[in-house]
Design a binder for this molecule. Structure first.
Ligand code: TXE
Length: 493
C-alpha cells in the first residue's frame, strides 16, 4: 500500500510548485525500509524572498476579510482533508514510519479538527468596549502579518495545522517549513487551503533543514515564529528572534511523569503507560516516560505491563494490524540504542525489549528498517541518564515510590515541564497532586488525549506559549486599544 515512491518535493509558493533547478537536494527515506521516497529540494534565498513577498500580498487581501469569511475557508479546507484522509494517511505513514492505523486515527483528523475549531470561532474573535468619563474605549485584536511555522517530524500535518489554523483564523499569512525528514504532507495542507479558496500565498511551504529555518527566523518581514522541536533548537530560535524582537511560541521536548497510585484501576493505568511510551514508537514529546508506581502495586503493575508490552504488534507500518512502526531515521534509531546501552551500564534492569527485531509480528523481514522492540527498564533511579534525558523512542522507565509528597518532589525534579499524568480514584488526591506538578498539559486517569478545545504546551524548558483552544488567539494577534473622546481636550497650556 504505497503511493508513488519517486516523489519530487519542491517549494509550494504563491499557489504553485517552484522548479527544482539550481537547488540543493536530499533523498527522503521511508523509515520502514530505508528506500527512497523521492528527492527534496532545499529552498534558497530567492525562494524565501518569493515566499515572503507572496505571503505579504496574500496577507493584505486576507486581513480585510471578516472572521466569518476566513472561517468558511478553514472549514472547507477541513472537509477537503477529511475527504482525502486515506491518501494523506498513507503519505504520512510512509514519511514518518508510523502505523497506518495511527495515521488514519489521529494525524489527519487532528489537523482537520484544528481547522474546524478555529474556522468555527474565527467570526467570534473580537475586542472589548469600555465606558469612560465623557469618552469610551475599545480594543482590537489585530493580526501580526506574515508568521512562520517550523515543524518537527513526528506529527507533520498535525503540527502544520495546529499552527496554520489559529494563524489564518486571526487574519495572518503563514510560511511553513516542515522537518527535513518529513516533507510530504505539509504540501497536502497547502493544496487543501488553495482548493478551499484561500488567496495564493496565504500558506506557503518551503523545504530545508535548520539553515532554512534560520532564514525564516532572521527575516525582517516575518513577524512571528512558532516552533515545534527540541529544546536546543528552541533556545537558538529564541535568541535569534531577539534581534527583531519577534514573537515566538515554542513547543519543545519533555521527560514527563506518569504517576500511578495504589488505588488506580491497574488495567487502565497499564494502558496509559503503554500509550504514553510506545504509541508512534515513543516519538511523542508529551510522553509519560517516567512511570512512577506506588510500592504496594508495583509487582502486579509490572507483571501486566510486561505481558502486554510483549504482545505489541511491531512491524510493517502499512499493515492495518501493525501497532508499532519504525523510528524516523537510522541516526535517530542509533541515538535511542545508545540510551538503551547507557541504561544497562548505569545499573537499570532491562525488563523487556532493548533489541532490534529482524522479523515482525507476521514473520516478515524488517532488517532494512529502523525498528526497536518496546523497551522497559526497572530498578531505575532518578539520577540515571535514561530518567533525565528525553530519549524520544520506545523506552519506558519504571520508578517506585511510597508517599504522595515524595513522588511530587521527584516528578518535579526535571528542567522540563511539558506534561504530567496521575492515576487514582481518589478525586481529591488527583486534583491535589496535579495542581502541584510543574507541567503545562496534564491528565487525570488518562494520558496524551489532546482535544483542540484544550491548550497544549509546556513550562520551564519545554517551551512557551500554547497551541489550540482559545488560548492560541493571543499568540497570533496583537491588541490595540483605542480611546474615543466625547468632550473637549482639557489642557493647562
Ligand atoms: O527537532 P529539531 P526534531 C520535540 C521532541 C524532540 C524533537 C524531535 O521532544 O526533542 O522535537 O523533533 C528546525 N533555526 N518535539 O528532531 O531538530 C528543523 O529543521 C530554525 C516537541 O525535528 O529541533 C525542524 O524543522 N529552525 C513537540 C525543526 O526545527 C531550526 C512535539 C525541529 O527540529 C534550527 C514533537 C534553527 N537553528 C516534537 N535547527 C511538542 N512539544 O509539541 C533546526 N530547525
Amino acid at each position: 500500500m504505497f503511493l508513488n515512491e519517486n516523489m519530487v518535493y519542491n517549494q509550494f509558493i504563491d499557489g504553485v510548485f517552484t522548479s527544482s533547478s539550481n537547488r540543493e537536494s536530499w533523498i527522503n527515506y521511508n523509515p520502514a525500509n530505508n528506500q527512497s521516497l523521492g528527492e527534496v529540494y532545499r529552498a534558497n534565498h530567492e525562494d524565501i524572498e518569493a515566499a515572503v513577498d507572496s505571503s505579504e500580498k496574500a496577507f493584505h487581501v486576507w486581513k480585510i476579510k471578516t472572521g466569518a469569511e476566513r472561517g468558511r475557508v478553514l472549514l472547507k479546507a477541513a472537509s477537503i482533508l477529511r475527504s482525502r484522509l486515506e491518501e494523506i494517511a498513507i503519505l504520512e505513514m510512509q514519511d514518518v514510519g508510523k502505523p497506518i492505523s495511527e495515521a488514519l486515527a489521529v494525524d489527519i483528523i487532528s489537523a482537520a479538527d484544528a481547522l474546524e475549531y478555529f474556522g468555527g470561532m474565527a467570526a467570534t474573535i473580537h475586542g472589548e468596549f469600555v465606558d469612560l468619563k465623557n469618552a469610551f474605549g475599545y480594543t482590537r485584536p489585530e493580526p501580526l502579518g506574515v508568521c512562520a511555522g517550523i515543524g518537527a517530524w513526528n506529527y507533520p500535518i498535525q503540527i502544520a495545522a495546529w499552527k496554520a489554523a489559529p494563524a489564518l483564523a486571526c487574519g495572518n499569512a503563514m510560511i511553513f517549513k516542515s522537518s527535513e525528514l518529513t516533507p510530504a504532507t505539509s504540501i497536502e495542507l497547502a493544496k487543501a487551503f488553495m482548493e478551499a479558496g484561500a488567496p495564493a500565498g496565504l500558506f506557503n511551504v518551503v523545504h530545508g533543514d535548520g539553515r532554512v529555518g534560520g532564514m525564516l527566523v532572521d527575516h525582517p518581514r516575518i513577524a512571528k515564529i512558532s516552533l515545534t522541536g527540541s529544546v536546543a533548537t528552541g533556545k537558538k530560535i529564541l535568541s535569534s528572534a531577539a534581534t527583531h524582537l519577534k514573537k515566538v511560541t515554542l513547543e519543545l521536548g519533555g521527560k514527563s511523569p506518569l504517576i500511578i497510585f495504589e488505588d488506580a484501576d491497574i488495567t487502565s493505568a497499564v494502558s496509559a503507560a503503554l500509550l504514553a511510551n510506545f504509541y508512534t514508537q515513543g516519538e511523542v514529546c508529551s510522553n509519560g516516560t517516567r512511570v512512577f508506581v506506588q510500592r504496594s502495586i508495583y509487582n502486579s503493575f509490572l507483571q501486566q505491563l510486561k505481558e502486554r508490552t510483549e504482545k505489541i504488534k511491531l512491524g510493517d507500518p502499512s499493515d492495518p494490524d501493525t501497532q508499532m512502526g519504525a523510528l524516523i531515521s537510522k541516526a535517530h534509531m542509533e541515538k535511542v540504542i545508545q540510551f538503551i546501552e547507557a541504561g544497562k551500564s548505569s545499573g537499570a534492569t532491562l525488563l523487556t525489549g532493548g533489541f532490534q527485531p529482524e522479523k515482525d509480528f507476521k514473520g516478515r523481514d524488517i532488517k532494512s528498517g529502523n525498528f526497536i522492540a518496546p523497551t522497559i527498564f526497572t530498578d531505575c533511579d532518578d539520577t540515571m541518564e535514561i530518567c533525565r534525558q528525553e530519549i524520544f523512542g520506545p523506552v519506558l522507565c519504571i520508578l517506585c515510590f511510597d508517599s504522595e509528597e515524595e513522588v511530587i518532589e521527584r516528578a518535579n525534579d526535571t528542567p522540563f515541564g511539558l506534561a504530567a499524568g496521575v492515576f487514582t480514584n481518589d478525586i481529591k488526591r488527583g486534583h491535589r497532586v496535579i495542581h502541584q506538578l510543574q507541567a503545562g498539559t496534564c491528565w487525570i486517569n488518562n494520558y496524551n488525549i489532546t482535544p483542540i478545545e484544550l491548550p497544549f504546551g509546556g513550562n520551564k524548558q519545554s517551551g512557551q506559549g500554547r497551541e489550540n483552544s482559545l488560548a492560541a488567539i493571543q499568540y497570533y494577534t496583537q491588541l490595540k486599544s483605542v480611546y474615543v473622546e466625547l468632550g473637549n481636550v482639557e489642557s493647562p497650556y
